[in-house]
Design a protein around this ligand. Structure first.
Ligand code: TXA
Ligand code: MG
Length: 323
């Protein structure tokens, strides 16, 4: 039995009772629980079927509160938090003692973020604890950007979805870690590297092929997988190769239409070539393509700048093959 609505008092009471609530953020919907209650946090892992070593992001509504969750806050991290919070940036810092290892997957670091969504900020203000929350999808699947996406995948397992409408950014937060004060990008996301470097200078980028011992589960190969096979890269080449019947091909493109493929099987992420708009439409479009009577999804490679990097990252992880 679940309900969807905008009742933050109800959401708060469910969370206080040690249960989970799905919350809206500007990036994707999150499956949240009291970060100070290990039994509540364990429910997140069980519902998502997520391995326990995979750490969760701790969400708060204020910088003063976040300061209590971390052991230190390096200057560059502080600058980023001041510039981009509330917003789609997650910062990984040394944890303080009040953050339990069930939240951090046994790590001595904690990922923290202030999300930019009025309903969730209002909810956090009612609570005297922060919310641990991963994306509200079963482990390995596409993240939800609407309440309907959550209902389809987890509706029978949760009591309440706080309905904040369509997520405006539509792709998960950028994650930056500070290890020995050296900033490193762990996941591309809603804040571009260009914007981060404008504030703190050059940052390292974690090698994405790092699959053996992933710090971030976004680095696992099967992540973001749609049901249909997805092939990613140069669309013209894929179509010309002729491996698939054109009527059984679905297309995910930036703005191009392909005349040899049925129009109803094509989704253009941004007709005006706007990377922010494209990121916002990405996950919903993958879900729509997955529902078509097709055999394969051909997805175009996006320009490797700004949010295009995050889009290419998610499509690479969703893909079985690359051209
Ligand atoms: O936009 C977002 O970040 C969304 C919304 C709900 O806030 N959350 C989200 O959570 O995408 P999740 O769990 O799906 O992805 C969070 C990533 C995981 O890859 C996790 O491994 C990484 O953050 N992470 C969390 N704590 C970490 C830590 N202490 N060190 C390194 N990576 C960490
Ligand atoms: Mg996720």
């Amino acid at each position: 039995m679940f309900r969807t609505g905008t009742d933050i008092e109800l959401a708060a009471s469910i969370l206080r009772s040690g249960d989970v609530v799905v919350i809206p953020t500007e990036t994707v919907y999150g499956l949240s629980a009291n970060a100070f209650n290990p039994e509540a946090v364990k429910k997140i892992f069980a519902i998502k079927k997520r391995p326990l070593f995979n750490p969760l992001i701790v969400h708060s509504d204020s910088l003063t509160k976040v300061e209590q969750y971390v052991a230190e806050f390096p200057l560059k991290a502080k600058k980023l938090s001041e510039k981009f919070w509330p917003g789609p940036l997650t910062i990984v810092l040394k944890k303080s003692n009040i953050i339990s290892e069930i939240v951090t997957g046994g790590n001595s670091t904690v990922a923290v973020r202030i999300p930019n969504h009025p309903l969730t900020i209002a909810l956090l203000k009612l609570l005297d604890f922060p919310l641990a929350a991963p994306s509200a999808n079963p482990f390995g699947f596409i993240s939800p950007t609407t309440p309907q996406h959550v209902e389809e995948q987890l509706g029978d397992k949760i009591k309440y979805i706080l309905d904040g409408g369509k997520c405006m950014v539509g792709i998960e937060s950028t994650i930056i870690g500070f290890f020995e004060d050296e900033p490193e990008i762990l996941r591309f996301g809603g804040i571009s590297i260009e914007d981060i470097e404008a504030i703190i200078g050059k940052v390292k980028i974690k090698n994405n092929d790092f699959l053996e011992n992933p710090i971030a589960p976004g680095q696992l190969k099967s992540h973001y997988a749609p049901k249909h096979k997805l092939i990613f890269g140069d669309l013209e080449k894929m179509i010309k190769k002729g491996d698939y019947n054109p009527v059984k091909i679905g297309i995910l493109s930036f703005s191009n239409l392909y005349p040899m493929i049925p129009q109803e099987n094509q989704i253009r992420l941004s007709k005006n070539l706007d990377l922010n708009e494209a990121a916002g439409n990405l996950f919903d479009s993958l879900r729509k393509l997955d529902k078509l009577d097709i055999e394969v999804i051909f997805a175009e490679e996006f320009p490797n700048r700004e949010l295009g990097r995050a889009i290419n990252d998610r499509l690479t992880r969703a893909s079985a093959e690359r051209y």
